[in-house]
Ligand binder design. Structure first.
Ligand code: ZN
Length: 425
């Protein structure tokens, strides 16, 4: 696999990385030639378990004819994850999120949301069954290590947005039975469970609703990780209070580094450490650096969005047209993307505030994630190279790339076992 890694990493890009390299941790930064350092980093990358906790790839999987075993051209198709590119990037495990965009909160809306969520979960499972030599469905923390040992990628399932739970608590157990191991309570608008960080109407429940609290309790009982990404700040504080198990942010960054509502304040990061949870860094440019002012681009994007239906309701043709329209805007009014340096600036900050045991990685590929140097799954080793360059040790990198998340996952299961045995006694 190291050969794959080297192949996937064009020499000219290595050069750029080193010339532009940041040395904020210069006291501990690695010395030696660039080549030695890259070799060392790639060896570490190969040895540690690498887990990405957030990809919206199921949106692709439900497209007729989309084959996860086939390598897709990221520029041409917009696709960021398939199994060949996971292998190239040395990405051992991934959580595919069944994502249902927020829509009308009535019985019809909830029924449609549940059907779409189940369709996505089924497509994940089907893709693992179709490619047993490449991947395996993972349900427990240890499965990632076992599959890595067998030379296969571990495929975990999450749900992004609790909307498909509707108002029916029994759906939580149904999704657990199907293999779901985390649920992001809310997405970009408020739902029946919780408030969103980005709902234009602001807060509705003051954090997590009474029904949302029941859902958190049920998730604790079953052993599903509570994910607060996309929730407003009150959702975070409520989740910390309510959850009997440590919580996660499957894709969120540090607000002190980049001031965005989706990112977490230092106070939240400190509480996350006390809670024993983990914040998984994400690769969305706007959460990683201040976007330079680009009003022409903003109005072009706003005009396009105003006439767009939800992606889940689009035909394949419409989706292609939408991607094409966004690409045209990108070409006409380009915004410089964030870089690996920005990612590790956030990691540095979280480590400083919360400690090395409370940070991880959730790229959000196929959901808007992808930056210069980590454009798709085939390039994730560039994060490891930057970490090594800044002086992170293999032990620390192992925690960041999966050790921390797996620890939380185990604790969540232990709490569930305790709750269930208390219930029996
Ligand atoms: Zn998201």
């Amino acid at each position: 696999m190291s050969q794959n890694l080297t192949q996937a990493y064009p020499v000219f890009f290595l050069f750029i990385l080193f010339v532009n390299g940041c040395t904020t941790n210069s006291t501990t930064a690695e010395t030696g030639t660039g080549e030695e350092l890259i070799e060392k980093a790639l060896e570490i990358h190969k040895r540690v378990l690498t887990v990405d906790t957030h990809a919206d790839t199921p949106l692709r999987m439900i497209e007729p004819g989309f084959d996860m075993a086939e390598r897709h051209d990221p520029k041409e198709t917009g696709s960021k994850v398939d199994y060949p590119r996971m292998i190239e990037g040395g990405l051992d495990a991934i959580f595919f999120a069944a994502f249902v965009a927020q829509d009308i909160r009535d019985d019809d809306g909830n029924t449609r949301a549940k059907a779409l969520c189940l369709q996505m979960i089924d497509s994940i499972v089907a893709s693992t069954e179709k490619n047993p030599d490449l991947v395996g469905l993972a349900l427990n923390p240890g499965d990632a290590y076992a599959l890595e040992k067998a030379g296969k990628r571990a495929i975990y399932i999450g749900i992004e947005n609790g909307y498909p739970i509707g108002k029916d608590l029994s759906n939580v157990a149904l999704y657990f039975e199907k293999g779901v191991r985390y649920i992001t309570l809310v997405h970009s608008s408020n739902n029946d469970l919780a408030d969103s960080a980005t709902d234009p109407d602001g807060t509705e429940h003051g954090g997590i609703s009474a029904f949302g609290a029941e859902v958190v309790r049920e998730m604790n009982r079953l052993g599903i990780m509570v994910d607060i990404s996309h929730g407003n700040d009150s959702v975070f504080y409520d989740a910390i209070e309510m959850s009997k198990a440590p919580i996660i942010a499957s894709h969120s960054n540090a607000r002190a580094v980049t001031d965005h509502k989706r990112n977490m304040t230092d106070e939240m990061l400190k509480l996350m450490a006390e809670n024993g949870g983990v914040v998984q860094l994400t690769m969305l440019s706007n959460y990683l650096r201040e976007a330079p002012a680009n009003p022409k681009r903003d109005s072009a994007v706003a005009a396009l969005r105003a006439n767009m239906k939800p992606a889940s309701e689009m035909t394949q043709e419409e989706r292609r047209a939408m991607r094409q329209a966004f690409n045209e805007i990108d070409e006409k009014y380009p915004n410089p993307p964030a870089t690996v340096k920005h990612v590790v600036d956030h990691i540095d900050h979280i480590v400083k505030v919360a400690g090395i045991d409370h940070v991880g990685i959730g790229c959000d590929f196929d959901g808007g994630g992808g930056i210069e140097g980590v454009f798709d799954a085939s390039e994730v080793m560039n994060i490891t190279i930057e970490l090594v360059k800044r002086g992170y040790t293999e032990e620390q990198i192992q925690k960041i790339w999966g050790g921390n998340l797996i620890r939380v996952f185990k604790e969540v299961q232990a709490v569930a076992e305790q709750i269930q045995s208390d219930g029996l006694s």
